[in-house]
Design a protein around this ligand. Structure first.
Ligand SMILES: Nc1ncnc2c1ncn2[C@@H]1O[C@H](COP(=O)(O)OP(=O)(O)O)[C@@H](O)[C@H]1O
Ligand SMILES: [Mg+2]
Length: 263
């Protein structure tokens, strides 16, 4: 049984008389605990696909099943982290996470338990020290950490990441990738992540879903990344499996890119 399933998903946007078919016949199944990345050129429909899983957009035909139940609207079982943090600027780091905790656990946890759970999740992303700061007082990488804490604190069945490290400098991005890998190792979350960074995709993923260019984008190829965990970025640089996976994704993207230029 698939944990998460995208079943014959098509998406067409209509604006006045103009219609654009963005996604065409997307079929994908993800197992519990799997880390799957979606890679593809800008504008091919990656965010659209993630938003359909999140329930923020509806598929034109086909649909999404999570534990065999159809997804039609947003829910705390599918937490999303976007590229640009979506923290509320007037709340502290603690309050931003607590808001999500209160929403999900207002009945099942006492006030003291919700406080402890909020702090626990801030600790997981190493942000407890900044709990009383406001978003404007912390760095971009720290904001993304808080966003991840808020998502994790809702104990989602699936964590949806839309280019979560895209706006960060290289060093901060590497630190955060390592943190997300460690969290995945520790908590066993099911993760669907969008990226356009080839190294990031290979380093983090169990499988890489490669999208063709739009319009009517579909899954061109799925690559299994057979690297044992835990993974260490420095050791992987010379690992033959790593190098081969990286090469394959680059080839796929390059071939697609050329195709567009020639068209
Ligand atoms: N709400 C919308 N209405 C019309 N077109 C949209 C809408 N959202 C996205 N699109 C179009 O769908 C295509 C895919 O967008 P998107 O999923 O954001 O791509 P990606 O995340 O891969 O860069 C783009 O051509 C974009 O212009
Ligand atoms: Mg996008």
């Amino acid at each position: 049984m698939a944990y998460l399933k995208l079943d014959h998903v098509d998406k067409t946007f209509t604006r006045g008389a103009a219609t654009t078919e963005v996604l065409k016949d997307i079929n994908l199944t993800i197992e519990k605990g799997e880390y799957v990345s979606i890679i593809g050129h800008s504008g091919c429909g990656k965010s659209t696909m993630l938003n359909i899983v999140a329930g923020l957009t509806t598929a034109t035909t086909g649909g999404v099943l999570l534990e065999e139940r159809e997804v039609n609207s947003p829910g705390p079982d599918r937490a999303v982290v976007f590229q640009n943090h979506s923290l509320l600027p007037w709340l502290t780091v603690y309050e931003n996470v607590r808001l999500g905790v209160d929403k999900v656990f207002s009945r099942s946890k006492t006030r003291a338990e919700r406080d402890a759970w909020t702090l626990h999740n801030l600790n997981l992303v190493q942000m407890a020290h900044a709990k009383d700061k406001r978003p404007s007082e912390i760095s971009g990488g720290m904001k993304q950490r808080v966003g991840i804490a808020r998502a994790l604190a809702m104990e989602p069945k699936v964590l949806l990441l839309d280019e979560p490290f895209g706006a960060l400098d290289a060093l901060t991005r590497a630190h955060l990738q390592d943190s997300v890998m460690a969290l995945h190792q520790k908590l066993g979350n099911t993760i669907l992540m969008i990226t356009h960074d080839v190294d990031e995709a290979v380093l983090l993923s169990d499988r890489i879903v490669m999208m063709t260019n739009g319009p009517s984008a579909h899954i061109g190829e799925v690559l299994e990344v057979a690297l044992p965990r835990p993974r260490k970025r420095l050791e992987l640089a010379t690992n033959p499996t790593y190098v081969k996976c990286r090469q394959r994704v680059l080839e796929f993207l390059y071939e697609r890119h050329r195709f567009v230029e020639a068209a």
